[in-house]
Design a protein around this ligand. Structure first.
Ligand SMILES: Nc1ncnc2c1ncn2[C@@H]1O[C@H](COP(=O)(O)OP(=O)(O)OP(=O)(O)O)[C@@H](O)[C@H]1O
Ligand SMILES: [Mg+2]
Length: 409
């Protein structure tokens, strides 16, 4: 009999996970609040639920199970919803993260408390309750800080505060900006750790960590979008030396285990500061932005999503399936048109036809309005290139981005 997999999330970026589940011969249920979610076209059964409200999703799935359905696995795809995954897994007795792990992975303050207890290197941090407190901390510490909502995602309300710089925002504005993005109205500050930033993605299998996903993150627009911190894609393989990469991977695995991840995947935001690795945060889910579904397989040959699905349905992937078999070049960049109304989009077909360009996805259309880039979902499109080397992939992706013109007025 076909095994049934519940996929939480049926948006555009969820599609590769839904497709992979189909290829693996599973019966696929997709859960999303939007009846028009594009991912539903890749599911055997659409379930209207809410990816960020576990009770609503569990209620919808209870109704489904009363008609005789029984799932063997649950996973979230391109949504940061480990709490919903954990609740569904607990309800049906499936392998996934626990409710406690999901809580630690989505509450940045609780996560850092756990990391501190377990000796995982992290930046200095503190929960704050007012703009005055922020001003006081800036005066005391006299260094660059990051203010962020405790429990948001997609870099919403995450601001870099460069002490005594000309573009230092008003602390009252910064505090409110972070606070309004937190569903619980909570805000924290951290020391900004400068240095190369890395996305890691891996698995813990029976308590043993594997970290095949490793991408340098591109922050070339730190000044352009200041004080927001907006990532512009990434490059693989990493430019870091092998020892540093190994240290970052080792720390990612330890951090995942510290959150209680036992048989599931993790996604790390890491930084190498003064030559030493630190954790900025660790998510207990698959990455978004096509990292797990495209960049990692292209870079390493590891079928990351396939392995994650196998873990979710209670199978044990073999170690050889989780270890890179090569290191090829992949580069990703996003499109950031000038804010305004889109009047024309040109060069897309030309970019698609360029050598090594493996994906061009335009996320806007003529007549739509481009808002200033203050969070990751605001990005207007994504381009990915592949090549034998990292350098060649970067050259290719830059040429394709140049060719695409999203004209606004
Ligand atoms: N203390 C820090 N030092 C250096 N960079 C930081 C720090 N905190 C956050 N950043 C940068 O800002 C990004 C967004 O912050 P964070 O991950 O906390 O927010 P988020 O809403 O979860 O964003 P995302 O969904 O993109 O991960 C981080 O991935 C990192 O690049
Ligand atoms: Mg993050």
């Amino acid at each position: 009999m076909k095994k049934t997999l519940i996929v939480i999330g049926a948006g555009l970026e969820s599609i590769p996970v839904l497709q992979r589940a189909n290829e693996m011969g599973l019966h696929v249920l997709a859960v999303d609040a939007n009846p028009q979610a594009p991912g539903f076209a890749y599911a055997h059964e659409p379930i209207i639920g809410c990816v960020y409200t576990p009770e609503i999703t569990v209620a919808a799935l209870t109704k489904w199970s009363k008609k005789g359905g029984k799932p063997q696995g649950v996973i979230c795809a391109a949504v940061d919803a480990p709490g919903t995954v954990a609740a569904v897994a607990e309800f049906f007795g499936l392998t996934a993260v626990s409710n406690e792990t999901a809580r630690l992975a989505t509450d940045k303050k609780a996560m850092k408390d756990r990391f501190r207890e377990r000796g995982i290197p992290i930046p200095w941090y503190k929960e704050i309750f007012s703009a005055q407190e922020l001003t006081q901390i800036l005066e005391e510490r006299r260094e660059t800080l990051v203010i962020k909502p405790v429990d948001s995602r997609g870099a919403r309300g995450v601001l870099r505060l460069v002490y005594e710089s000309a573009d230092m925002p008003d602390p009252r504005w910064a505090f409110e900006c972070a606070k309004k993005e937190s569903p619980t109205g909570r805000v924290m500050v951290e020391k900004h750790l400068d240095g190369p930033q890395i996305s890691t993605e891996g698995f813990v299998v029976g308590g043993q960590p594997f970290c095949p996903g490793f991408s340098d993150r591109n922050y070339e627009f730190l000044d352009r979008f200041a004080p927001n911190i907006i990532e512009n894609g990434g490059d693989l393989p990493s430019f870091l030396d092998q020892d540093t990469q190994a240290a970052v991977k080792e720390l990612s695995g330890r951090a995942a285990i510290a959150l209680g991840i036992e048989n599931s995947m993790f996604k790390g935001d890491m930084v190498v500061h003064d030559g030493k690795p630190y954790v900025i945060e660790m998510a207990a889910r698959l990455s978004g932005g096509y990292f797990c579904s495209h960049e990692i397989p292209w870079n390493t040959g590891v079928d990351f999503v396939g392995a994650a699905i196998r873990l979710a349905i209670g199978e044990t992937p073999e170690a050889k399936d989780l270890i890179p078999s090569f290191q090829r070049g992949v580069a990703q960049r996003y499109l950031f048109p000038k804010p305004g109304k889109v009047i024309a989009i040109e060069g897309v077909e030309e970019a698609k036809a360029m050598e090594g360009i493996s994906m061009v996805e335009i996320r806007t259309a003529v007549g739509e309005t481009i808002s200033p880039a203050t969070s990751h979902p605001a990005r207007a499109g994504v381009v990915m290139a592949r090549a034998a080397t990292r350098e060649e992939a970067i050259t290719r992706v830059k040429a394709a981005v140049e060719a695409i013109k999203i004209i606004t007025e």
